[in-house]
Design a protein around this ligand. Structure first.
Ligand code: TYC
Length: 135
């Protein structure tokens, strides 16, 4: 006969603390189980990391009739790290379609790029407009 049977198991309240001084080993988790030796075999559950991807924002360039094409290409190279070829492609897209994407960034980086471009264009007396929108 099994004399050292698990008292809690026989009471049918596995893992729950009873009156003071009568509680058994603490449960590992809600699905805690005991094998024949009374050893806990509960499943170890990995905590879910509570991280979220940041919202991303497109930095947009708008066309106008006055800003020189070469100036726009320079801006795309200088502030958006585009190659001469890619910068020319984006500039021509904006020139033909009216608006184009310079890059996609987190909020603060996008905001900084917009400010840098607007300041640079203003200092050179070009009416170039740059804005951002949530992706
Ligand atoms: N349309 C301008 C021109 O013909 C060139 C230009 C391109 C201006 C892109 C702004 O975002 C722009 N000189």
């Amino acid at each position: 006969m099994r004399q050292e049977g698990n008292r809690q198991e026989s009471r049918g309240d596995r893992g729950l603390a009873g009156p003071a001084g009568m509680s058994g080993p603490a449960p590992v988790c809600g699905s805690d189980r005991r094998d024949d030796n009374g050893t806990s075999t509960g499943v170890v559950v990995k905590a879910k990391p509570k991280t979220k991807k940041p919202s991303m924002y497109k930095v947009l360039m708008l066309n106008d009739d006055y800003t020189p094409m070469e100036f726009v290409v320079h801006i795309l190279e200088r502030f958006f790290q585009k190659s001469r070829e890619e910068a020319t492609r984006i500039m021509m897209h904006v020139h033909r379609r009216g608006v184009g994407v310079c890059g996609v960034y987190t909020y603060e980086v996008a905001e900084t790029k917009v400010t840098q471009v607007m300041d640079f264009a203003r200092r050179h007396q070009h009416p170039l407009q740059c804005t951002m929108e949530k992706e």
